[in-house]
Design a protein around this ligand. Structure first.
Ligand SMILES: C[S@@+](CC[C@H](N)C(=O)[O-])C[C@H]1O[C@@H](n2cnc3c(N)ncnc32)[C@H](O)[C@@H]1O
Length: 199
């Protein structure tokens, strides 16, 4: 997948609004919470998080994503720290954030996915939370988005395996209708996980 090409036109492939999961569950993180969001794409989640008053750091390697995200941020009069980096080489910070988000990072196979999950866990402080939202392996039956590669889709146990001893706040494999730009549209099988690091 050439993500720069995918994000190359002027439309926002997954829309300009945040994922419903983000809007529903990341509302009350506290004043000026420090939030990391990875594989951020064109900035829809980062901009909404920054608009809540959070201090947002976004990691995303594509130049097209950076350009469109910073344009969206300017239109919403918010700022984001943008790090144009590939997660394969990312130096995960230690306990630097109150919360971390991984939303539809479906490009990663099992080994890379586990490294990303461990990195997200490392990046939040004790008592901090990791928010994960993506396609379930059941999404193979749908055509509303995501890769046609089962190994890149998720189950709840496979996600929780990277967070031993953490408090599970939410862990759901459920169906919903997506209306997120041209990229995610229609009936989808989704995984939502929220976990809290032991204090
Ligand atoms: C399906 S999009 C999701 C974008 C965003 N999270 C959202 O929900 O709108 C997947 C994103 O992963 C990014 N990506 C792909 N490979 C990556 C890598 N190795 N490191 C970091 N990001 C990557 C792509 O550039 C793309 O922005």
């Amino acid at each position: 997948m050439d993500w720069n090409e995918r994000f190359g036109d002027e439309s926002y492939h997954y829309g300009e609004a945040p994922a419903t999961f983000v809007k529903t569950h990341m509302r009350h993180l506290g004043d000026a919470a420090r939030v990391l969001t990875i594989a951020e794409g064109e900035g829809r989640n980062a901009v909404w998080l920054a608009a809540q008053g959070y201090r947002v750091t976004a990691v995303e390697p594509t130049e097209a994503g950076r350009r469109k995200a910073l344009d969206l941020a300017a239109r919403h009069a918010v700022s984001i720290e943008w790090r144009a980096e590939d997660l394969a080489e990312f130096a995960w910070p230690d306990e630097a954030f109150d919360a971390a988000l991984g939303c539809f990072f479906q490009f990663a196979g099992p080994e890379f996915r586990a490294r990303i999950l461990v990195g997200l866990g490392r990046s939040v402080r004790p008592g901090g939370q990791v928010f994960l939202h993506g396609f379930s392996t059941r999404q193979m039956a749908n055509s509303s988005g995501g890769p046609r590669v089962e190994a890149q889709l998720w189950t709840v146990p496979m996600i929780l395996a990277s967070f031993p001893g953490w408090q599970v706040i939410r862990a759901e494999d459920h169906d919903a209708i997506l209306d997120e730009g041209q990229g995610h549209a229609g009936l989808a099988a989704l995984i939502d996980v929220i976990v809290k690091k032991p204090a």
